[in-house]
Design a protein around this ligand. Sequence first.
Ligand code: IFM
Length: 452
Amino acid sequence: MKDINLPSNSKMLAQDFLFGVATSSFQIEGDRKGRLDNIWDTFCEKEGTISDSTNGDVACDHIALWREDVALIEALGVDAYRLSISWPRVMKQDGTVNEVGMQFYVNLVNDVIKRGMKVFVTLYHWDLPQYLEDNGGWLNRDTAYAFAKYAEAVAKVLGDKVYSFATLNEPFCSAYLGYEAGIHAPGKTGMANGRQAAHHLLLAHGLALKVINRLSPTSQNGIVLNFSNCHTTTNSEEDKRAAKLADDYHNQWYLQPIIEGKYPDVIDMLDADSKPEILEGDMEIISQPIDYLGINYYTRTLYQSDGKGWFEIVPPSNKVLTAMGWEITPDAFTDLLVELNERYDLPPIYITENGAAMDDTLDNSEVIDDARTAYFHTHLNAVNDAIEKGVDVRGYFAWSLMDNFEWALGYSKRFGIVYVDYDTQKRTLKQSALAYSKLVKSRINRYISGIK
Ligand code: IFM
């Protein structure tokens, strides 16, 4: 088995650094009958949207198997579990609470806590109730207010239990992939839609944060954003400018409003029709202080000029790719953390997702996924390098606990450190899970021998 090692003096091996695993509701839960439909149910029913024509109806059957899954997480020895709540499972269309759905999460959270782990709850990991989409979804400002009501219902019940709330997971994906590029639910397209959805998502974040801070003042309350460094393959000034535009458009669009209360300058380049409608007071709501920033990181992206003053993606020429076709770029991870830290006045950071899809095979009850273990090794060391350069990172979550529904790619891509046989729902720890667990458990000996 390959190991994951950190330098022996790494701050990540100290007692207060959290190691965890992460999942999300739609990707693992199944039990569609136990909740209202969401935009992914509808999207999956459309021809040609999901590469293997699957859906989330059963997924990892986590609603039935959650006790076993929590026991597995405990056995890994991690400090924390990051999960998301399914909005259409806990809220009814009339705005009242679905008590059965809410109780599921109360039981889950209680069990994780009972087993000595901290719970990081994400309120929105892309499963918008379909009835809200029928009224315009994230293009309708009212959705942001509906989100705050849902956040209130959850915070009332879980506020005294969880360690952390994140309002949104990766609003870039909800807005850009879902409403601009059309490759995620609900499959809408166009720059105007994408920008408006992004603004309403950020507004939803701000409105919900207010509520959570009031009802759950002792938890760490923030947001989870994804970043991909925007690099060029040439040194031409045009390409560098294009990469900077891409960075503003895809990355900073979500962080700058939160930290500085304004959108990046690229907004001035958009046609009047594509600019989001921003009402007075919105930017103040969006830019309330957050207790922490969750960062999801997988890879960098290459860009070049499109010759018309805008940017376009260049496919990676590198041969070292994950099964997603993503380059493996740990050094860029360090750079990203250092650059964000230099540019903004940031709160503490948690790495809320990092991991790799690989072409795993189950042989003799074993999955030898050395490439994934190597990915974790290099990326954890990249985080360590950033910490040494002054970035305040407090924790790291492996994506994902187990193989699951990888959105438009269905079950064809496996990100888990635990292998899921979708026919039998049997879980098998991959070698990467054993290596991650070994690293995490090695800290106990350090504490016992008094190394801080
Ligand atoms: O599976 C997703 C997750 O839902 C959000 N972040 C990226 C992961 C891998 O694509």
